[in-house]
Ligand binder design. Structure first.
Ligand SMILES: [Cu+2]
Length: 165
């Protein structure tokens, strides 16, 4: 029960800070070559799909840049998806961390999911460089050990990327 109160309290703080337009959270500070990805729980969502999300859910960065993930604190995690992650690189497994940096040196397309909410479509696509002309990741998505909503979310993210969003 204490955990529930802690989660609610942090949620209320975040909501009140947003309402007042106050930005005091030093964890949001980023340097050159860093881009923030937030992990969001939207209590106003009308369905589980759409309630949990990475923002942005498609991140475009350059080789050598770093993704700064915020709010992997209990409610959310960041796990690399094997089908969209280099086999020779250690998997990303972030949880219980308020701020974590992930560096990307090699161009390509990388996929991440929240271990808790991936089944609701909480997915993230990171495109490093120009995408190498990749026009299709349907085989990778099909091979994922994931439910239909998660696969649909990855398909939508890739379509968003192709559409230039
Ligand atoms: Cu989550």
């Amino acid at each position: 029960m204490k955990l529930v109160y802690a989660v609610l309290a942090s949620l209320m703080v975040a909501l009140s800070a947003r309402a007042e337009g106050v930005v005091l959270d030093m964890s949001r500070d980023v340097g050159p070559g860093e881009q923030v990805v937030d992990q969001i729980t939207d209590p106003g969502a009308t369905a589980a799909t759409g309630m949990f999300s990475f923002r942005p859910s498609v991140l475009r960065i350059q080789p050598g840049d770093r993704m700064v993930v915020l709010n992997s604190t209990g409610a959310h995690t960041v796990h690399s998806v094997p089908q969209l992650w280099p086999a020779d690189r250690d998997p990303v497994k972030i949880s219980n961390a308020k701020r974590v940096e992930v560096a990307f040196d090699a161009p390509g397309i990388y996929g991440f999911r929240c271990a808790r909410h991936g089944l609701y479509g909480m997915t993230l696509l990171v495109v490093v460089g120009d995408g190498l002309g990749i026009t299709d990741i349907s085989d990778e998505i099909e091979a994922m050990h994931a439910g239909p909503r998660e696969k649909a979310a990855f398909r939508q993210l890739f379509q968003d990327y192709l559409n230039g969003q």
